[in-house]
Design a protein around this ligand. Structure first.
Ligand SMILES: Cc1cc2nc3c(=O)[nH]c(=O)nc-3n(C[C@H](O)[C@H](O)[C@H](O)COP(=O)(O)O)c2cc1C
Length: 219
């Protein structure tokens, strides 16, 4: 009993309920924001988004991710042109390119998706707005990815990057990793971040929860 009590989170039931509620509220409140004001996003805010991204769950804690922070209107204009997405890609004060390392983990795409979701939720919590963009395999996205790999100076020979990411693992593991054929670093997602100039309504259980998609025990 004592053990149970000491391991319980601290706070009155009301405080704990409030904390839980605000987290759930944040998830409902997170909406894709495609209109931004002229207000800038501070470096501290960007760092918080990236910190939260790197808190994401990921298989074997391999963290198969890198992030490139983009504040380059000319590049943003080119991206908007390729993806035919106007005008928020150019207008966003910051774009974050979410890069994945396929050689570091089989679940790299899932792992970086969890990081991206953390990032857009954190943006909501900071009062910012964000759009998650990306469709690997789509012709326009592939063109955009290729352009970014060049423009952002993403290393082509990524053995050094992989070695550093896996450096925490023992030599046996590194031995295994060296057997892999090295794949290029990928950019499956971009996150556009800014101060919201629109306020879509939060999601509600009424709008989103669909009991026909849920199966208990058997489909
Ligand atoms: C993998 C992924 C790719 C997306 N790509 C785009 C995109 O290219 N352009 C865009 O405007 N929104 C994009 N979105 C945002 C979705 O359109 C949006 O999440 C969806 O319509 C639900 O709306 P909500 O985010 O407001 O709940 C993407 C979202 C995800 C998860």
């Amino acid at each position: 009993m004592e053990l149970l009590e000491t391991s319980m989170p601290k706070g009155t039931p009301q405080e704990l309920a409030h904390k839980g509620e605000s987290m759930l509220d944040m998830m409902r409140k997170r909406r894709t924001i495609r209109q931004f004001t002229d207000e800038d996003v501070s470096p501290e805010q960007v760092e918080t988004l990236l910190e939260m991204a790197m808190c994401a769950p990921n298989r074997l804690d391999r963290r198969p991710w890198h992030f490139v922070v983009i504040r380059d209107k000319e590049l943003q204009k080119q991206l908007a042109g390729i993806l035919r997405v106007h005008p928020y890609l150019e207008k966003a004060p910051v774009l974050i390119a979410v890069c994945g390392l396929p050689d570091v983990s089989r679940t790299w795409l899932m792992d970086i998706s969890a990081a991206t979701e953390n990032m857009v939720l954190a943006a909501t919590a900071l009062g910012l707005g964000a759009t998650w963009l990306g469709c690997p395999g789509d012709v326009l996205w592939d063109r955009c990815e290729k352009m970014l790999l060049n423009a952002l100076g993403i290393p082509r020979d990524n053995r050094g990057v992989i070695q550093r990411v896996l450096g925490r693992w023992n030599r046996w593991f590194w031995g295994e990793a060296t057997k892999l054929s090295f794949q290029t670093i990928r950019i499956p997602a971009l996150v556009a971040v800014g101060h919201p100039a629109q306020e879509p309504p939060p999601h509600s259980k009424h709008d989103r929860f669909d009991a026909t998609r849920v199966h208990y025990g058997r489909w």
